[in-house]
Design a protein around this ligand. Structure first.
Ligand code: DGL
Length: 269
């Protein structure tokens, strides 16, 4: 691997841009290749087999592009497909998922009770509890699937009555009332972080994947002596089906004109 190779980062749609932005902020010299699999979004209600198939094709694309590291900026794909693609490609490239860095963060903060919201697939996989239980702890996790949130954000409903009604339906009950923190276990959710915070009557810290993941990338590239020294080329953005919302959110995050290319994946039966 060489320092000037790009980093591949992907999600089912716009969500992983929250992670890409955090990486760009900490490591402005790194060139990012971003793939949003908008054709298959939402991943959260797909089978493990399908998510593994999409993830494998995206990893293969990144390998053709000669990346030095792959970030799975999607909780659902990290939960259902990270071990699978690592078992296939461990000789070729390091693949890092978004879940372990967040679990490390909540353990370091010594919380007593933490809520976790994510897609149906992420919550049903129980991946946060399973990774947490690898370390001795006394932390209680309260988990809730919030399957409408990612499609709502992907459709651009981020500041309207639909968003307001859905957020209140999921979050205003007693379930998270005594939680000190809430993990946004879907990379789409930080896009509506302020709206989520406004639903709670008590102070609650929102923990997302972006900063813990970006810090993990810095640590990994530093340890491997792979940090880029100068920027080689502009970041590149690919979607598997064009959506206006993707372009809008990507422009919002990067504050400049970005070019969105199309990447065709094979259909998985
Ligand atoms: N952003 C993705 C995640 O972190 C998933 C949204 C979806 O495709 O269902 O889980």
């Amino acid at each position: 691997m060489r320092k000037d190779q790009p980093i591949g980062i992907f999600d089912s749609g716009v969500g992983g841009l929250t992670v890409a932005k955090a990486i760009s902020d900490l490591l402005p010299h790194e060139q990012l290749l971003y793939v949003g699999d908008t054709q298959h979004m939402p991943y959260g209600d797909k089978s493990a087999e399908h998510v593994q198939g999409y993830t494998k094709q995206i990893v293969e694309f990144f390998l053709q592009q000669n990346v030095k590291l792959i970030i799975i900026a999607c909780n659902t794909a990290s939960a259902l497909a990270a071990s699978y693609v690592r078992s296939l490609f461990w000789k070729d490239v390091e693949i890092i998922g978004v879940i372990r860095p967040v679990v490390k963060t909540i353990l370091e903060r010594h919380y007593k009770k933490v809520g976790v919201i994510g897609t149906k697939a992420t919550i049903e996989s129980n991946i946060y509890q399973r990774i947490l239980d690898e370390t001795p702890h006394t932390l209680e996790l309260i988990q809730l699937a919030t399957p409408l949130l990612a499609p709502m954000i992907e459709n651009g409903n981020i500041d309207d009555e639909i968003a307001h009604a859905i957020l209140h339906q999921y979050l205003s009950g007693p379930l998270f009332a005594s939680c000190e923190a809430l993990v946004l276990a879907c990379t789409h959710y930080p896009i509506i972080k302020d709206k989520i915070a406004s639903v709670f009557a008590h102070p609650i810290q929102l923990v997302d994947n972006a900063t813990p993941m970006a810090e993990t990338v810095v640590q990994y590239l530093t340890e491997k002596d792979l940090l880029a020294e100068t920027r080689r080329a502009a970041n590149e953005f690919y979607v598997t089906a064009y959506t206006e919302n993707f372009e809008r959110i990507a422009r919002l995050f990067y504050r400049k004109d970005i070019v969105v290319n199309e990447l065709k994946l094979q259909e998985i039966i």
